[in-house]
Each structure stands twice: as C-alpha cells, then as structure tokens.
Design a protein around this ligand. Structure first.
Ligand code: CP
Ligand code: NVA
Length: 302
C-alpha cells in the first residue's frame, strides 16, 4: 500500500478496486444515515494554490462525515505563499495533521511535499494529474454501467491534466481509450509513453467522430485550464470542432454517458443541451468526489 495518492499509475488495480468498494460502502452508509466515523479525531490540512469549489467542499465535508476535521490553507495566508520551502512546511504539517491534500501547479511540488511529509499526501489537482477526479469518474461508470471493463472510453478536447489522468486509468485498468485533440494539444509525451509501456490500449487522433463512434463513455473538459486563462481566445480557435454536442452523442453508443469534471463552459467544449440530456452523468461524478475521497482518506489515514 502506498503512503500517498499522487498519481493513478502509482497504484495497483486491486488496491484501487478496494477503494471503490469502500466508497460504495461509505456512500450507502451516508445515504442510510449510519455513522461511519473511520477518522474520528483526525485532521486533514488542505493546501489550495488554485481555485476550487468541488474539491474543497467534498474533502472538508468528507472529513466531517468521517469524524475528523479539515483545515483550509490558501497561499495568501500561509508562509508557503511567502516562499517558505516546501520541505519545511511539509515536515511541520506532518507533526500537526494526519494527512495533507494539495492542489497546486507542478506535480514535482506535490511529490517533493510527499517526500518530506511522513503523513499521507493526496493530490487534489496539479497541471499534470487529477487522480481523485478520475477515481470519482470511474466510480460513476461502475454505477451506471456495472463495471469499468469491456467499455470504450473517449476523451475529446485538450490533452490536459484530466486527459493524462484518463490515460493513466486506461493503463491501470486495461480498458480501451480514444483521445481526440487538435494538433499541438496532445497529451504529454511522457504520460503516453509510460501508458504504452504498461500495455495500455490508447488511440490518439485528431478526428473527433472517429474517437466518438460507438463509445460508451464520452468525456471532456475546459479548453483553457487554470493557469492558461491568457490563452483562452487562441484556444477557442484551436478547439473549434472539438465540442461534445448532440451530433457527437448520436455517433456514440445509444446509451452512452457523458462526463465532465466541471467547471464547464457551456456551449464551448460541451453544449448546454448535452449537459441537460439523459446522457449526462456529470452531477453523479461531482457527487462521487465526496464518496471516493472519503474512501481514499480512510484507506490512507486510518
Ligand atoms: N472538478 C473539480 O476539481 O472541481 P473544483 O475545481 O471546483 O474543485
Ligand atoms: N483541467 C481543469 C480541471 C479543473 C477541475 C483545470 O486544470 O483547470
């Protein structure tokens, strides 16, 4: 078992399957109003160098459900924001808290933090990966489709942190993934190469209809991620034609589900019509952040 949850490919399928099982158990308990205070008296520090709605609220609410407590730390009011070295903050937080969740820019910063922190560290999104989100997404697929295997997954849009996370999932779980991006916006070469070495079946294309054809799961994300706001206009040009709309949904399997990690720019990467359609699993995904992260925290911190 790993100390940290930083990147999906650090984990084995069997350990991730155990997290899904625990998440479903905790979700049932929460829905039935049964206590599940697996982390009674424990504390999670949450460091946010980027904005968040779902991640912050789901981790904080999740800790309360588990009988613990979460602390919100923003760069404007911590010494890290004034340049205190990561290793000093990491060592100190490890002495006060039972775990740390970090949302920041560089994956290397989270890895460095985890090296110096002898408590579990959870990646709450970096420029490279968003492993908690893809776990919530896969839990949603399990609920909608009965499992993750034997399905065809399609990513349309930017080759960003979420695309990388889906490629990692394809490598760990062994399902077929098709990734359609505009030229110049393909996922990171190192991520692609690692997945290939792990035996992943991932098809990369610029043709969105080729990717979407008969797919069971359609997935997208914003065209400009946090930190790329200055590129918004240029990206709107580059990504024109890479939108999930009803034409794309009709090319997929008749009972396909459509996913988006949120926040969405309606009528850019996905139409309002698709988001409001019977195919949308988007709010189930958002809800499952809570359940799967409770399972991740309980696994690492108990
Ligand atoms: N999907 C997600 O991580 O949402 P937030 O940015 O609101 O946390
Ligand atoms: N790719 C997006 C995901 C937000 C949850 C970003 O990094 O901004």
């Amino acid at each position: 078992m790993n100390k940290d949850f930083l990147c999906l490919t650090d984990w084995s399928r069997s350990d991730l399957d155990a997290i899904f099982a625990l998440a479903r158990d905790l979700k049932g308990k929460q829905q039935r109003g049964e206590p599940h205070r697996l982390l009674a008296g424990k504390t999670l520090a949450m460091i946010f160098d980027k904005s968040s709605t779902r991640t912050r609220v789901s981790f904080e609410a999740g800790m309360v459900h588990l009988g613990g407590h979460a602390l919100f730390l923003a760069p404007g009011n911590t010494q890290m924001g004034r340049g205190e070295p990561i290793k000093d903050t990491a060592r100190c937080l490890a002495r006060y808290c039972d775990g740390v969740m970090i949302r920041t820019f560089a994956q290397a910063a989270v890895e460095e933090f985890a090296r110096y922190c002898d408590k579990p560290v959870i990646n709450g999104l970096t420029d490279s990966y968003h492993p908690c989100q893809v776990m919530a997404d896969l839990l949603t697929v399990i609920e909608h489709k009965g499992g993750v295997d034997g399905l065809t997954y399609c990513w349309i849009g930017d080759g960003n942190n979420m695309a990388n996370s889906w490629i990692n999932a394809a490598a760990v779980f062994g399902f077929e993934l098709r990734v359609a991006t505009p030229k110049g916006y393909e996922p990171d070469a190192a991520v692609r190469e690692r997945a290939a070495r792990m035996g992943a079946t991932v098809v990369y294309t610029n043709d969105i209809m080729e990717a979407a054809r008969d797919a069971d799961v359609l997935n997208t994300d914003v065209w400009a991620s946090m930190g790329q706001e200055a590129e918004q206009k240029e990206r709107e040009q580059a990504f024109r034609g890479y939108q999930i709309n009803m034409e794309v949904v009709r090319a997929a399997a008749p009972d396909c589900i459509v996913m988006h990690c949120l926040p969405a720019h309606r009528d850019e990467e996905i139409t309002d019509e698709v988001m409001e359609s019977r195919h949308s699993a988007i709010y189930d995904q958002a809800e499952n952040r809570l359940h799967v992260q409770k399972a991740i925290m309980a696994t690492l911190m108990k």
